[in-house]
Design a protein around this ligand. Structure first.
Ligand code: MYR
Length: 284
């Protein structure tokens, strides 16, 4: 059985890794001052953050057009028996919903849409695992089951410099956004029931990051599988590097990687956001 793996641009998997693993990417759109860009095709993360200070209006994002998804599936059905399409959380984007509406349009190629219930690199981990298993020749249903298991083993926490973007983009409950902007706090955010919510309020960024590292330490004690951690940054590579050093010195057995928040997620989190995520290291 030949299975194609599809995902959104918001998994932020570098192009060479997509190509090397036969992963097909559906770009989300970022709208800036009346112009639309397909992220990581027309606009890189670096270009987005460079443009940020010159933007006249607040940027916005949109999911891939249904026609674009349809066209990709039409192409893939000629080559593959099944398609596993892994999307950013359905609680923050319509991307998963769009794919789900196309399931019955391809009777000869079974489509398995997966709601990652998260985004960015934790989503990428699910995608890369699916691609690894597809290469090994596992059945699409078995791959889906393993991706679901990986999802249940995934934790992700993140912080933003300012809650305004999340509030304006409507991706944070209004109560939480109001509380944050009023108190000038920097809450630890996470996903609950597919939506972004406040996990804990801690007054300084430094203490909040330490609290996230404590959560990683706690989880490490309770699981019987190796962990891989990823630090994700919105144009703050130096801070991400420092955090990785801290994780590596505290947990030499946890493999660490770095990733980035690109244009679409950067639109909602703003520059300076940092995320820490971990999951089972399936490569060990
Ligand atoms: C769309 O327009 O369909 C995309 C909307 C994307 C909303 C992004 C909200 C922030 C997600 C943060 C993920 C952090 C994961 C560690």
């Amino acid at each position: 059985m030949k299975t194609a793996i599809v995902t959104d641009s918001t998994a932020y998997i570098p192009k060479e890794i997509l190509d090397a693993n036969n992963i097909y990417m559906l770009p989300l759109i970022v709208n800036i001052d009346g112009k639309s860009y397909r992220e990581d095709i027309d606009l890189s993360a670096t270009e987005f953050y460079e443009k940020l200070s010159e933007m006249r209006t607040f940027p916005s994002s949109s999911q891939p057009a249904v026609g674009e998804v349809y066209e990709l599936f039409q192409k893939l059905e000629k080559e593959y028996d099944a398609i596993i399409s892994i999307h950013l959380s359905s609680g923050i984007s319509g991307s998963f919903q769009t794919t789900s509406t196309l399931v019955d349009d391809f009777p000869d190629c079974k489509i398995y849409p997966i709601d990652s219930e998260i985004s960015c690199y934790p989503q990428a981990r699910m995608v890369l695992e699916a691609a690894r298993l597809a290469k090994l020749g596992l059945d699409a249903e078995e791959i889906v089951a393993q991706v679901e298991q990986l999802k249940s083993r995934t934790s992700a926490y993140f912080m933003v410099d300012d809650l305004t973007n999340l509030q304006k983009g409507g991706r944070l409950s209004s109560g939480a956004a109001l509380m944050g902007s009023m108190l000038k706090i920097k809450p630890i955010l996470h996903f609950e029931d597919k939506k972004i919510t406040v996990y804990e309020i801690i007054r300084t960024k430094k203490k909040a990051l330490q609290a996230i590292l404590d959560l990683l330490a706690k989880e490490k004690e309770t699981v019987d599988y190796p962990l891989v951690a990823t630090v994700i940054h919105a144009n703050r590579e130096e801070s991400a590097r420092e955090l990785i050093q801290q994780i590596e010195s505290r947990h030499p057995d946890v493999r660490c990687e770095m990733s980035y928040f690109g244009a679409v997620i950067g639109t909602h989190l703003g520059e300076g956001a940092l995320g820490i995520t971990w999951t089972e290291d399936t490569t060990k």
